[in-house]
Design a protein around this ligand. Structure first.
Ligand code: GTP
Ligand code: SPV
Ligand code: MN
Length: 662
């Protein structure tokens, strides 16, 4: 009987969604979904078999969660189920176990800080193995020109996904514990927040998710009738293992797959335990899946920091900024101003969920609860607030350590210059400052609770968010791009963001430093057709709404000797100051150029900075931009083609005209 014509059906409707891609055979799936109409509990129990529940009370979970767990346990065949409650006690137990096993060790110089070394083959996001799965290809990717490989979005058909899942997930947790992690992205129960449940066989992931998201029992209560994002993660190495496990870090680099099914709100991740590949609340949920939800519901999920900036006069302004991976979001979000009287407070450092309120203003929340920050380059000189944040309760991955139990990475040389410490590098080898190679992996990271940041904003957990007045885009642009410019309009800002480029970094598998397109800093995180995404941005502007002004910054312009022209870090407040005075409508701050409004000479506070090559820093070189205009047109034609909104095309045409008349 089908659900619709069964008269006495009193089963949770979510139990009736069809089974797909569980790896189990069609026939057994059909059998189970039919059974489910009658005795849900029995079916769930049958699926669980005699699987021990190692922790938690399975029967107290919402039925739709019970079904999710049972069906995936049947597929992945763990040796037991552990339902996490997110408590410190639980974390301590796991930490002790991992220390005993050799996967974690304590950094003795701090309180409750741990270091972990991964298999050196599992150190960053793997973009080439990350997929969006939709029925229609063009739901995911644009209608690119003939023979052009799309770089925004990576499509896989549901049929291919079935094959890929079936060759990986059945039995993949054999001999391991399946942890069930209930988590909230955003303050629990908040109007902009969303719930996920992650299944994983990695206890490192359990510890990290507890820092990065809100994991606790009250998530189950908040779930109620809401849907949840289904996150399925396995390191992909069932026991007994067939290959050598390096650094006690099980993974399966050859078989990595990270797949998203947006309509089903489901994520499958296999073979990697690192960062965005495995902490599924972050990139997979809060960006790729959430951008789909945001499209449907009329809001935005973006790769942006959120900061509150208070001026000497006492007025506070909230700003969001999108820079590609490892391009300075964490640093800007926690900036320590070098100008007197200014105060910056951090709301978030990586992801912003933003929605227009009834009052027409754009409100942003940080869906995360922790920072997963790039370690190298972080020091008391560059980012003292981050350093203060990770003095306790933090996990460091692929950094180096001193024999006295301190962390170490490139950028900390100054702090250690008189000590000449004995160092164990990220590969576990003896190392001294000055030795060849690096001490820490360039994508080594700290995971630290946001609540420990000394300048965390008092409203950082405000359920309704903070009102954004400006949005900044930027990247690593060694040549041609001025320190800052203001775009002319929302539409021009959208075009400018679509043209965002940056040097590649170690955050993903790219080798070397090439300037690459990274529209909206979302290239690796694009959840659906980029043309539709652009249209969504354009459509968000309505008469009743005050859309933020859009800016572009570049902290990374270099002189002929390859030196940065701008000191960056705390001195970036000088650019923020200029931006805020522009928002205020102060006169005589800008000079019009073909790409936007750059600062007029003397309009940026340079007091105490010493020698800055202003002209070189602010110039808009005609030759450079003529080339760039051609390249950008070719890029958008090839990559977005007929999906490019006409407003964006118009901005491109207008800007090209201005550039060509330079
Ligand atoms: P993800 O977490 O990967 O999304 O990166 P992120 O954008 O938060 O990058 P983060 O702030 O961690 O910066 C990465 C690197 O850029 C670090 O090594 C920083 O030291 C360096 N960096 C950040 N801000 C500046 C700046 O203003 N100037 C210069 N020269 N380097 C900077
Ligand atoms: C990024 O690469 O943009 C990150 C780190 O923020 S990860 O979570 O590993 O994706
Ligand atoms: Mn990021």
């Amino acid at each position: 009987p089908s659900g619709a014509d069964h008269p006495n059906m009193s089963v949770d409707p979510s139990l009736l969604t069809p089974y797909k891609n569980t790896g189990a055979s069609e026939a057994s799936l059909r059998q189970i979904s039919e059974d489910a109409f009658y005795v849900v509990n029995e079916v769930v129990m049958k699926r669980l078999g005699h699987l021990p529940i190692l922790k938690g009370d399975f029967h107290l979970l919402p039925p739709k969660v019970q079904r999710f767990i049972a069906e995936k346990a049947e597929l992945m065949r763990p040796r037991g189920i552990f339902i996490c409650d997110g408590t410190q006690h639980e974390a301590d137990d796991i930490i002790h176990k991992l220390i005993e096993r050799g996967m974690l060790s304590k950094l003795e110089a701090y309180e409750n800080n741990y270091i972990c070394r991964t298999d050196p083959k599992d150190v960053a996001r793997v973009e080439s193995k990350t997929w969006m799965v939709t029925k229609e290809k063009h739901q995911t990717v644009c209608r690119t020109a003939e023979g052009v490989e799309p770089i925004m979005g990576h499509w896989m058909s549901p049929e291919s996904l079935s094959t890929e899942l079936d060759s990986r997930f059945p039995g993949c947790m054999a001999g391991r514990t399946m942890y069930v992690i209930p988590f909230s992205m955003g303050p629990i129960g908040g109007p902009l927040s969303k719930i996920g449940v992650q299944l994983t066989d990695s206890n490192y992931v359990v510890l990290s998710m507890r820092v990065m998201t809100r994991v606790c029992n009250s998530v189950w209560d908040a779930l109620g009738d809401n849907d949840f994002v289904r996150c399925i993660h396995s390191v992909g190495l069932p026991r007994p293992v067939k290959q050598r496990v390096i650094n006690h870090w099980p993974c399966n680099p050859e078989r990595v797959l990270i797949a998203h099914r947006p309509p089903e709100r489901e994520i499958w991740s296999f073979g990697s335990g690192y960062g965005g590949n495995s902490l599924l609340g972050k990139k997979c949920f809060a960006l790729r899946i959430a951008s789909n939800i945001a499209y449907d519901e009329g809001w935005m999920a973006e790769h942006m920091l959120i900061m509150g900036v208070t001026r000497p006069c006492g007025r506070e302004h909230f700003i969001a900024a999108a820079f590609p991976s490892a391009c300075g979001k964490t640093n800007l979000a926690m900036l320590e101003p070098t100008l007197p009287g200014w105060k910056v407070r951090c709301v978030g450092d990586d992801i912003a969920w933003m929605k227009f309120g009834e009052d027409g203003r754009l409100y942003a929340i940080n869906p995360e609860a922790g920072f997963f920050g790039v370690a190298p380059g972080t020091s008391n000189r560059t980012n003292p607030m981050a350093v203060a944040t990770f003095q306790k309760n933090s996990i460091f991955t692929n950094v180096a350590e001193t024999t006295t139990g301190e962390y170490y990475w490139e950028g900390l040389e100054e702090d250690y210059k008189d000590k000449d410490p004995e160092i164990i590098n990220w590969l576990g080898e003896k190392w001294k400052i000055g030795d060849p190679g690096v001490a820490a992996h360039p994508n080594s990271r700290f995971a630290a609770p946001a609540s420990q940041c000394p300048i965390i904003h008092p409203d950082w957990e405000s359920p309704k968010g903070v009102p954004i007045e400006a949005i900044i885009f930027g990247g690593r642009r060694p040549a041609g791009v001025p320190l800052v410019f203001e775009t002319h309009s929302w539409e021009h800002g959208v075009f400018t963001a679509a043209c965002l480029k940056s040097e590649t970094t170690a955050a993903a598998e790219h080798k070397g430093k090439n300037v690459m397109h990274d529209p909206f800093a979302m290239r690796p995180f694009m959840g659906y057709n980029f043309g539709k995404y652009l249209q969504h941005w354009l459509d968000l502007k309505t008469e009743k709404r005050q859309v933020p002004k859009i800016y572009h910054v570049n902290w990374f312009r270099k002189d002929a000797d390859g030196k940065f022209l701008w000191p960056g870090f705390g001195d970036n407040i000088r650019v923020i100051d200029w931006i805020i005075r522009r928002l205020d409508g102060e006169a005589n701050l800008g000079v019009e150029t073909a790409i936007g409004t750059v600062p007029a000479p003397g309009s940026v506070d340079m007091s105490g900075l010493g020698d800055i090559k202003w002209d070189e820093l602010m110039s808009v070189p005609a030759d450079y931009w003529k080339e760039d205009a051609k390249e950008v047109r070719a890029f958008l034609e090839a990559q977005v083609g007929p999906d490019l909104p006409k407003e964006v095309r118009h901005e491109m045409d207008e800007q090209e005209k201005k550039i060509n008349s330079l």
